[in-house]
Design a protein around this ligand. Structure first.
Ligand code: 4AD
Ligand code: MG
Length: 490
């Protein structure tokens, strides 16, 4: 008999009809009730058995984590907690799970720490928390493609191996087939990369943006959605060495259009999750509440998960410049009382997550988009603003670029982008100022000679969005197999 998924089955009303389900045993109580899950939903189906009808040897093999196939009538449930259940007529054990082995793993049905679950990432999909997280992750990926497809964007696959450093931060992983113990050397005694696989130095990409721009300057509206890599040694709850990024790039869009796109896009994705992941969100919300209870009062999150998602969909994002933000921050209570870890002294320094969160959670109590950052702390490709920002009393300002960062509660920066420098002479100045080698980006520079137009885009860190939507506290828990400093297991 063809198997039916548990999600579909639970949406049916009982008919007495025979069904077959397959899955993993979550619990087996009183030799009578089996809770079965197949990962299609957070909910288990209850199987009711008459133990007298089954062989004792078979029943002994139905243990937590074992895989079974069940056939029986789908009936109205007698007990509380579920509307339907299956009255088993046939039981088959597909894969045994020995209790002594299970008890050494996170499959043992008790509370395990997230750290412990990370050490057994190969098994953690079986837990309620991770099955919920990865279904939400999937829903978000689907919403992203649907959003852009419906708007006529072209999905562009940009390369993973590149010879350029798009962000110019020098945080790249080298790709090479040279023998590390005995690499070929040139006359100056340096490694001769012309002998390497690609005939030049290559790395894993930090961003698909530069290539996406080439696409946008012909197809008008493109987006990328792929893996990106950063060898930054930041062991934080918001950084991964390998993460997925979505980068829309749109010809003829200025910075305001770019902000409109980011706001509309983020609201769409979060609405999709609210509408399509109700059971998983309800589970994750309870999980978060339980976790918060174990924290000291002053460290607890103020919003419940679903309220936090509605905080994004129901509010208009506040838009202000970096210069305005600095003025607010330096006069803020936590700055004056030296509560910030990094105190805001003046104009020109980059903002930390604590500052971004203060603006969102305390000052405006709305999502925030900051714009027009100092040119020195942003990337070479950003459009140079024609005028200096208006300084506040006692503030010394410098040149800015048409950058934007989207800030969310609990996270800080979730997306960052800009209007791009479309003027050839200005772009060359940016390239030189940041010490980028022109020969690594000559193809990028050329687009500014052939029908250059204003254009804009941004990058959304996919895992930061999943982190936000699931209420998880650590980015390592929203990607199946996290890559972080000193960690590439599995
Ligand atoms: O701000 P970033 O560095 O911007 C870019 O890469 C641009 N090329 C994007 C563009 O304009 N097309 O990165 C974009 C986003 C960040 O806002 C953050 O959400 C995420 O990528 N991100 C990371 N996520 C996880 N781990 C890391 N190490 C990340 N670094 C950036
Ligand atoms: Mg950024």
């Amino acid at each position: 008999m063809k198997r039916i998924k548990i999600k579909e089955l639970l949406e049916r009303s009982a008919t007495g009809k025979e069904v077959t389900v397959k899955g993993w045993v979550k619990a087996f109580r009183s030799r009578r009730f089996i809770a079965l899950n197949d990962g299609s939903t957070i909910n288990n189906v209850q199987i009711v058995i008459d133990f007298e009808n089954f062989n004792e040897n078979l029943l002994a093999k139905i243990t937590v984590a074992s895989a079974i196939s069940v056939t029986g009538a789908l009936v109205q449930s007698q007990g509380a907690g579920q509307s339907v259940e299956i009255q088993a007529t046939t039981l088959e054990v597909l894969g045994e799970a020995h209790p002594d082995e299970v008890s050494k793993t996170i499959l043992q049905p008790k509370r395990h720490t997230l750290e412990k679950l990370r050490e057994q990432a190969h098994l953690r999909f079986r837990t309620n928390t991770f099955s919920a997280v990865f279904r939400v992750r999937h829903a978000l990926a689907f919403a992203i493609h649907k959003y852009f497809n419906d708007k006529g964007f072209v999905y562009l696959h940009t390369p993973i191996v590149t010879g350029s450093d798009a962000e110019g931060a020098g945080e790249m992983f080298r790709v090479s087939t040279l023998d590390p113990a005995n690499p070929p050397k040139n006359e100056e005694g340096n490694i001769d990369y012309s002998k390497d696989f690609f005939g030049k130095e290559t790395n894993l990409t930090v961003s698909g943006q530069l290539e996406a721009e080439l696409g946008a300057l012909a197809l008008s509206e493109v987006y990328t959605f792929g893996p990106t890599f950063r060898a930054e040694n930041s062991n934080t709850t918001r950084h991964l060495a390998e993460f997925w990024m979505i980068e829309p790039e749109v010809a003829f869009n200025d910075l305001n259009d770019n902000m409109d796109l980011a706001e509309d896009f983020l609201k769409y994705c979060i609405t999709h999750v609210l509408e399509n992941c109700t059971d998983d969100l309800a589970f994750l919300e309870t999980r978060l509440k339980d976790e918060e209870k174990s924290k000291p009062q002053d460290q607890r999150a103020e919003m419940a998960l679903i309220d936090k998602l509605k905080f994004i969909t129901d509010n208009e994002f506040v838009r202000l410049t970096y210069t305005e933000a600095i003025d607010i921050l330096r006069n803020s209570k936590p700055n004056k009382k030296k509560k910030f870890e990094y105190l805001i002294e003046g104009w020109g320094t980059d903002l930390q997550s604590e500052h971004e969160r203060f603006l969102v959670e305390k000052k405006f109590q709305k999502p925030v988009i900051l714009t027009n950052y100092p040119a020195d702390i942003k990337a070479f490709y950003m459009r140079q603003d024609d005028e200096l920002p208006e300084a506040k009393p006692g503030m010394e300002v410098g040149p800015t670029v048409s950058a934007m960062d989207v800030l969310f509660p609990g996270i800080g920066e979730i997306a960052g982008g800009s209007q791009r420098e479309e003027r050839y002479e200005n772009l060359i100045k940016g390239v030189n100022k940041f010490g980028i080698e022109e020969e690594t980006v000559w193809w990028y520079l050329e687009t500014r000679k052939f029908g250059t137009v204003p254009h804009s885009g941004f990058g959304l860190g996919f895992e930061r969005l999943v982190l936000f939507c699931t209420g998880m506290g650590n980015i390592r828990d929203v990607i199946p197999f996290p890559r972080t400093p000193n960690n590439a297991e599995f």
